[in-house]
Design a protein around this ligand. Structure first.
Ligand SMILES: [Zn+2]
Length: 241
C-alpha cells in the first residue's frame, strides 16, 4: 500500500480543489494520506478532514514555529483528540534552529512535553528537525520513545545511522529528486528497508518535475520511483502508523 505519510491538505492552498486533489492521489494508487497538525488550528482541521475522507488519517501537534502555544490546555485537548479512531501520531513536533521563530528554550519545552504526551497516549511521533540535530537527538533519546518518524530527513548519513540504530524511521520526500542532493540520496541508498517511509509534505517541496508549483499527494509516486531507482529494488511496504 502506498501511503503519503505527511500532507497538509487542510492548508488554504487546497481550498479550491481539495476533493479533486484527493481523488487524483487515489487514482495514482496512493491509498492513504496522513494529514499533519502544526498548531491548534491545523490539528483541529486534520481531525475534521480525517472524518470527511476514509483515506485520510490525522495527527495533532505543535510545530516548533508555534511552540509558544504549548501548555496544559493544549495538552488536555490533544489527550482527548488522541482517542479519535483516525488519530495515528503526535506531530509535527521538534526543533527548528534555522528559522528560530521561537526561542530555543520554548521549542525544547514544547518538544519534550509533547514527547511525554505521546508516551502517555501510546502514539508514535512525527518529528521536524532543522539545524538542531544534536539537541533533537538528545531529547528524543531521553524520552525513551521508540516509534519515531523523522519527517523530511535532511541530515547526513552519520546522523541517519545513529537514528536507525535507535529503531527510528526516516521520511523521504521531494528533495530526494533534486539534482544537487547527492548527500540525501546516499542516505536513501543506505536506509534499512523497514526504516523509511515516503511523504510529500504537500503543498511544499514538490519533486523536481514540479519545482515551483504546488505539491500534492499523487506526486509521492515520483518520490517512490526515485527511491527505487537509487536503491535498485522495489520498495518494501512499511506501515509506520
Ligand atoms: Zn509538514
Amino acid at each position: 500500500m502506498l501511503i503519503d505519510t505527511h500532507v497538509h491538505l487542510d492548508f488554504k492552498h487546497f481550498d479550491k480543489d481539495r476533493g479533486e486533489v484527493i481523488q487524483r492521489a487515489l487514482d495514482a494508487g496512493v491509498e492513504r494520506m496522513v494529514n499533519i497538525g502544526c498548531d491548534v488550528r491545523t490539528s483541529d482541521a486534520s481531525v475534521v478532514l480525517a472524518h470527511e475522507y476514509d483515506c485520510i488519517f490525522a495527527t495533532v501537534g505543535i510545530h516548533p514555529h508555534d511552540s509558544d502555544q504549548w501548555g496544559d490546555d493544549v495538552a488536555n485537548k490533544f489527550i482527548v483528540q488522541a482517542k479519535d479512531e483516525k488519530m495515528v501520531a503526535i506531530g509535527e513536533i521538534g526543533l527548528d534552529y534555522y528559522h528560530m521563530r521561537k526561542p530555543e528554550e520554548v521549542q525544547k519545552k514544547a518538544f519534550a512535553g509533547q514527547l511525554a504526551l505521546a508516551r502517555e497516549v501510546s502514539l508514535p511521533v512525527v518529528v521536524h528537525i532543522r539545524d538542531a540535530a544534536r539537541d533533537a537527538y538528545d531529547i528524543l533519546v531521553e524520552s525513551g520513545l521508540e516509534r519515531v518518524i523523522l519527517h523530511c530527513f535532511n541530515e547526513d548519513l552519520e546522523f541517519a545511522e545513529k537514528c536507525w540504530a535507535k529503531g527510528w524511521i526516516t521520511g523521504f520526500g521531494g528533495p530526494v529528486t533534486y539534482p544537487n542532493n547527492e548527500r540525501l540520496r546516499e542516505v536513501v541508498e543506505m536506509a534499512p528497508s523497514k526504516q523509511f517511509v515516503l511523504e510529500t509534505d504537500c503543498p511544499f517541496l514538490p519533486p523536481q518535475a514540479h519545482r515551483g508549483q504546488r505539491n500534492e499527494p499523487a506526486y509521492v509516486k515520483e518520490v517512490l520511483e526515485e527511491v527505487e531507482k537509487i536503491r535498485g529494488e522495489r520498495m518494501e511496504v512499511v506501515y509506520p502508523f
